[in-house]
Design a protein around this ligand. Structure first.
Ligand SMILES: C[S@@+](CC[C@H](N)C(=O)[O-])C[C@H]1O[C@@H](n2cnc3c(N)ncnc32)[C@H](O)[C@@H]1O
Length: 240
């Protein structure tokens, strides 16, 4: 999807009780926002398509969970030439799903407006959670992953990308400053960065790499591998 709208949302001041949400204002500028905020985002999208090509099994489905504007789904469709099942792009934001329904006309994708914690996946060989798990309440994360891994076909893959934190406070501050510097270099002011951080504080709960890897083991996955790391963002493949 190509959209040139620039993210200026946090140039303005919001009331004290303002919270970030994936509403239509955000959906409208999401492409610019995510590219300027997540180091390596375009690399991630391209390579999620390539990893999917390696693990996709004919006759199965692909699930893009927390799909936003369906960047992962589109990359998968571009790369996986033998895809004969369905791609389910699922997001709890009506605004995101509406934009996708209007602008993407590929009969292989089904756009679904749903909470991924309540949605049953069927016959998947590729499941994507690209920057999504961090928005799921921590108490629900293990059950969600357990269910996804249980449904995954043997030989299939779950790809999980997350912002991560370091356990030592001082190290974590250093890493956060590094990320802020990345965003400043992409044209965000210090005020914009701080306002958005404050707005996200309740809904985006960041864990350490150790926390994630412990959870992968808890759900019965011992075959996982970190294939991407850039600033404070990491991505894993969980293979069944
Ligand atoms: C950072 S964005 C994901 C980016 C997207 N995967 C990509 O690669 O461009 C997080 C998305 O997760 C969605 N989301 C958050 N909680 C959700 C839930 N419980 N069920 C479904 N979608 C959810 C949000 O609406 C948002 O679109």
């Amino acid at each position: 999807m190509k959209n040139d709208k620039k993210d200026n949302l946090y140039k303005k001041q919001y009331p004290k009780n303002h919270k970030f949400s994936f509403n239509s204002e955000v959906a409208d500028v999401f492409e610019d926002m995510v590219k300027r905020s997540v180091p390596g985002y375009e690399f991630l999208i391209n390579n999620i398509g390539i990893v999917a090509k390696k693990f996709y099994q004919p006759g199965t489905n692909v699930y893009d969970l927390g799909s936003s504007l369906s960047a992962c789904s589109l990359s998968i469709l571009k790369n996986v030439k033998n895809l004969d099942g369905k791609v389910f792009a699922i997001d709890s934001s009506k605004a995101m799903i509406n934009i996708c329904k209007k602008s993407i006309k590929d009969p292989k994708i089904n756009f679904i407006n749903s909470d991924i914690c309540e949605y049953n996946i069927v016959n998947p060989s590729v499941v994507i959670l690209n920057l999504t798990l961090q928005f799921i309440p921590t108490t629900k994360r293990e059950n969600l992953l357990r269910r996804l891994f249980k449904e995954l076909n043997t030989g299939g893959v779950i790809i999980i990308t997350e912002k991560v934190k370091l356990n030592k406070m001082q190290d974590n501050i250093l890493l956060q400053n590094f990320h802020d510097f990345f965003k400043e270099n992409n044209g965000y002011s210090k005020e914009e960065i701080d306002r958005k951080k404050l707005a996200l504080a309740d809904s985006m709960i960041i864990e350490s790499e150790k926390d994630h890897e412990k959870r992968f083991k808890n759900i019965g996955c011992n075959n996982f591998y970190q294939w991407f790391k850039c600033y404070n963002f990491a991505s894993w493949v969980l293979i069944k």
